[in-house]
Design a protein around this ligand. Structure first.
Ligand code: PLP
Length: 395
């Protein structure tokens, strides 16, 4: 018999993907410009010009056998050194290339990290709303994902709720800030409070509870918002970074894992990361992209376009009477459904050709997610549809 869990996972598409496919079919039917597809977090701004230059330079000037060959399983040493140097220079840490593992994006980074840390039956806590794939990644590691509520209205970490979710089985906590889908950036005070509770619980257990920071949106922040770097607040922390959104290269699959230089038994934690990568077959991330990212590390595509989209959308939706939490980062906006059932609201939105993802999949009922990483033109064209949708609820 086939592995039924995998059969099930392969058959049931995510709600986001379903909506995206629906949007493509609908565009073919009524025209590309008539459908307002806010379903997918696919960056709409091109990568920075330096990306193409770096790629072409590498292709023209490198020994192809080297460039396209296998790197070390954990990534090319020079690339890992560049990543470590970047982290140390920008966040004041002391990691080395032997704390860095190159991956195919954040998805692989989180899967590897959970497999490295968890034993069968362990629990991994995260805060809702959250990226739906965490449940899949945790299950793959034999762990159970425990979803903890956040503060009403702000989606900030609810420390009391977090504390009461801790058990002897808690092995790790995943945070994602700037957050998909709420766009919230957890303030430093919340990170400090979270880390205090983690230290307390680790001491009680006599073994570390790890803090995993999922960071595909680190640079996508607006209005000078600061995103605290977890290694500076908690020694047993692991950063899962992705270049997908910062460089607009999600299809090229590149990111990394960074184990804190202060982590207890640091060498074995990194060994477990390497072992998990090996057992999952996640070795030797794409070689060309490793080299490209080493050259571009710290650069981003023009994220000001997202900030403009956010501002236009937030003020228009608020003026139509919708409730929104103004996002401080990422490129998602969580909109409060004017009726209790967000699925019914999303269906109604579809009648206006607005494709919005119901929040249930993210663990937050009564909201829909709007991915505003689209063209400014589409935002403008979609506003009459949002206004008409709002009017329906005023009748
Ligand atoms: N984590 C979060 C919160 C995300 O939003 C995404 C992608 O949208 C991922 C992880 C996976 O990113 P990657 O493309 O780097 O695998």
């Amino acid at each position: 018999m086939l592995n039924q869990r995998c059969v099930q996972l392969g058959k049931v598409r995510s709600v986001i993907r379903e909506l995206f496919e629906y949007g493509n079919a609908r565009k073919a039917e009524i025209g590309e410009d008539k459908v307002f597809d806010f379903s997918l977090g696919n960056p709409s701004v091109p990568p920075p010009a330096e990306l193409e230059e770096a790629m072409l330079g590498l292709i023209k000037n490198s020994d192809p056998v080297n460039l396209y060959g296998y790197t070390s399983a954990q990534g090319a040493p020079g690339v890992r050194r560049a990543v470590a140097e970047y982290i140390n220079t920008n966040f004041g840490n002391h990691v080395t290339e032997n704390d860095i593992y190159m991956t195919c994006g954040a998805a692989a980074a989180i899967t590897i990290t959970l497999c490295a840390l968890c034993n069968e039956g362990d629990e991994v806590i995260t805060f809702v709303p959250c990226f739906p794939e965490y449940s899949v990644f945790a299950a793959q590691a034999g762990a159970q994902l425990i979803k903890v509520k956040t503060c009403d209205g702000t989606f900030d970490i609810d420390v009391a709720a977090f504390r009461s979710a801790l058990t002897p089985k808690t092995k790790a906590v995943i945070i994602n800030s700037p957050n998909n889908p709420s766009g919230v950036v957890y303030p430093e005070s919340s990170i400090r409070a979270l880390c205090d509770v983690l230290r307390e619980h680790s001491a009680k257990l006599g073994s570390p509870v790890y803090l995993i920071s999922d960071e595909p949106y680190r640079e996508l922040v607006y209005g000078g918002e600061e995103v605290p770097y977890v290694m500076n607040y908690y020694k047993n922390s692991i950063v899962c970074y992705s270049f997908s959104k910062s460089l607009s290269v999600p299809g090229e699959r590149i990111g990394y894992i960074a184990v804190s230089s202060e982590a207890e038994d640091r060498g074995n934690v990194y060994a477990a990361v390497c072992g998990a990568g090996r057992s999952l077959g996640y070795v030797c991330a794409p070689s060309l992209m490793q080299q490209v990212c080493a050259k571009l590390i710290g650069k981003t595509s023009d994220i000001s376009a997202y900030e403009r989209n956010r501002d236009v959308l937030c003020s228009a939706l608020t003026s139509y009477g919708f409730g929104v939490v103004k996002p401080q980062g990422a490129f998602y906006l969580f909109l409060k459904s004017p009726e209790p059932d967000a699925n019914a609201f999303a269906e109604r939105a579809k009648k206006h050709e607005l494709l919005l993802v119901p929040g249930d999949d993210f663990g937050a009922e009564g909201y829909v997610r709007i991915a505003y990483c689209v063209s400014p033109d589409m935002i403008e064209r979609s506003l009459p549809a949002f206004r008409a949708l709002a009017e329906e609820y005023k009748k």
